[in-house]
Ligand binder design. Structure first.
Ligand code: NAP
Length: 267
């Protein structure tokens, strides 16, 4: 529970590099009492010194109750661009409780000259393309799959390929396609090592979410260098009408402006 001496209370929905950066800034703010919320997906998360809670809220109504109980003044949704359910719950709970909400989301990666990108709207669509499309379905590929350990099951429908699967924590064996090599690692990565890894494993296709950010961008630079195509999973649609910033610095500016306006209203 946030300290009662700091009467401006915020909730940061985290799980991203941007949320961690924001928490580092918030640790230096004496007049803001912040709580970081994590889903509990990563086994050994990097934790800030400020208050942390871990685990789901129990849907948007659970989050609404939590916001009221903890007298939260504002919410920063700094979850991953693909954490669409949590963002939707935050939008609904904040609307119901009339709590100001800011979305902190890094911009997506853009295709540049030298890249060969194909697009899929979801992971399931990507797996279907790998299973059945004339381009990939009939020629076994060596695929570098970097989409996270929780969403591997769709790729069982394309068992003709070999997958090099990289994740922070080990995936559940039951979720794996039959031909899979597991690599446990956590960014940031660099382009030379990414290129070497792809060459060592004979990679012919990278499958990636359009997560954005610099920590994992070197894999895309490596595909450009090596002429390897990319099957890019596009981002889910953002919640409409939520103010959005791209950096922790911009989120701090928004918080300070909102805090100042709230203080003026009270005077
Ligand atoms: P999701 O599908 O949008 O959320 C699923 C459920 O997990 C939510 O309904 C919520 O449970 C709980 N949850 C998610 N984020 C939470 C948070 N920050 N604090 C408390 N509960 C949270 O999200 P996801 O894709 O599973 O991602 C889970 C977490 O991993 C997020 O914090 C996200 O930033 C991080 N992450 C996701 C990805 C990705 O590719 N999806 C990549 C890197 C990091 P309740 O309904 O019970 O509240």
């Amino acid at each position: 529970m946030p300290s009662s001496s700091n009467n401006f209370r915020i909730l940061v929905l985290g799980g991203t590099t941007e949320a961690s950066a924001l928490c580092r800034d918030l640790e230096k703010e004496p007049f803001i009492s912040a709580t970081l919320s994590l889903a509990g997906v990563t086994k050994q998360p990097h934790l800030p010194t400020l208050s942390v809670r871990i685990g789901g809220f129990g849907g948007f109504d659970g989050l609404s109750t939590w916001l009221k109980t903890h007298e939260i003044n504002a919410v920063i949704d700094a979850t991953h661009p693909f954490a669409a359910t949590m963002s939707q719950h935050a939008a609904t709970a904040c609307a119901v409780t009339q709590t100001p909400l800011l979305r902190l989301e890094r911009s997506g990666w853009q295709e540049t000259p030298g890249d060969t990108w194909f697009h899929a709207p979801t992971l399931t669509d990507a797996a279907t393309l790998l299973a059945n499309s004339p381009k990939w379905g009939t020629t076994p590929q060596r695929i570098f799959l970097t989409t996270g350990r929780k969403e591997l099951a769709p790729f069982k429908t394309a068992p003709q390929h070999h997958y090099l699967i990289r994740s922070i924590d080990a995936p559940a064996p039951v979720s794996l396609p039959p031909h899979a090599t597991i690599l446990l690692d956590r960014g940031p990565f660099d382009v030379q090592n990414e290129a070497r890894l792809m060459q060592d494993h004979g990679i012919t296709l990278l499958v990636s979410k359009n997560s954005g950010g610099s920590a994992t961008y070197p894999k895309l630079e490596a595909t450009r260098l090596l002429g390897i195509p990319v099957l890019m999973i596009d981002r889910p649609a953002a919640c409409p009408n939520i103010p959005t910033v791209e950096s922790a610095q911009q989120a701090m500016a928004w918080l300070r402006a909102y805090q100042a306006a709230s203080t003026r209203r009270k005077v």
